[in-house]
Design a protein around this ligand. Structure first.
Ligand code: ADP
Ligand code: ZN
Length: 230
């Protein structure tokens, strides 16, 4: 049985954190288009420079390029048992392209209020070398009657990645101007993707009110309850 999931949600909701922690538990791979673009940016090529300019401003990359890169990942043997897509599809055109390649079993839809997103994004850090995600925010607040307790996700050793020892840095697009643009782009271009899937694919709607130490197991339980995993 293959399991093909989409991890959906606004920037800063935790798509990267949850897909990288849940995928190995299900024996499937995580495919992050953001990670793919960050790798491309590191190569100092004409296409890398083009991607970098868009990325740093918090804009979306071209659909044709993004779809092609995703297709190449899906064709790899590692993706045979299934996958969690982190950050794809982000436009209707991408969702249509995905439909043409393979089936989707469910959307894991991460829900976080904008106020919390902004706080999380500005406090996010990543490993320069392997992309592992950290966060220095220490959030405990109520929004619309719901309490959010999101403790920091710190590396064991200061400024050093737990996984590879790499340097921990702030992403260029986590700086305030780009964050604002990313949230706008999300509302304009990515939210419609929800409508596109609404009557086609089951949704697992997750309010991210706690950190991964609680939410990872909770999401897996929700997938089990919906008979989406064994
Ligand atoms: P976040 O969800 O926090 O914005 P990502 O790492 O998923 O972070 O994306 C970072 C950037 O990578 C985006 O702003 C965009 O430039 C590029 N990107 C990632 N996925 C896509 C996609 N599916 N389509 C177009 N651009 C993408
Ligand atoms: Zn690392």
């Amino acid at each position: 049985m293959t399991m093909n999931f989409i991890m959906f949600g606004p920037p800063g909701a935790g798509k990267g954190t949850y897909s990288s922690r849940i995928a190995p538990k299900l024996g499937i791979v995580k495919i992050s288009t953001g990670d793919i673009f960050r790798r491309i940016i590191k190569e100092d090529t004409p296409i890398g420079r083009e991607v970098k300019e868009i990325y740093n401003a918090g804009g979306l990359q071209r659909d044709d390029l993004t779809n092609q890169l995703l297709k190449e990942e899906l064709e790899k043997p590692e993706a045979e048992k299934g996958f969690i897509l982190d950050g794809f599809p982000r436009t209707i055109e991408q969702a249509q392209a995905l439909e043409g390649i393979t089936k989707t079993d469910a959307i894991i839809n991460l829900i976080v209020p904008e106020e919390i997103l902004i706080e999380k994004l500005s406090a996010r850090r990543i490993c320069k070398d392997c992309g592992d995600i950290y966060n220095v925010a220490d959030i405990d607040k109520e929004v619309d009657g719901i309490r959010y307790i999101l403790p920091p996700m710190s590396p064991k050793e200061e400024d050093k990645c737990d996984k590879c020892g790499g340097e921990i840095i702030q992403r260029e697009d986590d700086k305030p101007e780009a964050v604002k643009n990313r949230l706008d782009v999300y509302k304009r271009q990515s939210l419609p993707v929800i409508e596109f899937y609404k009557d086609k694919v089951p949704f697992v709607n997750v309010k991210v009110t706690r950190g991964p130490e609680v939410m990872v197991d909770k999401i897996i339980d929700m997938l089990k309850e919906a008979n989406l995993v064994e």
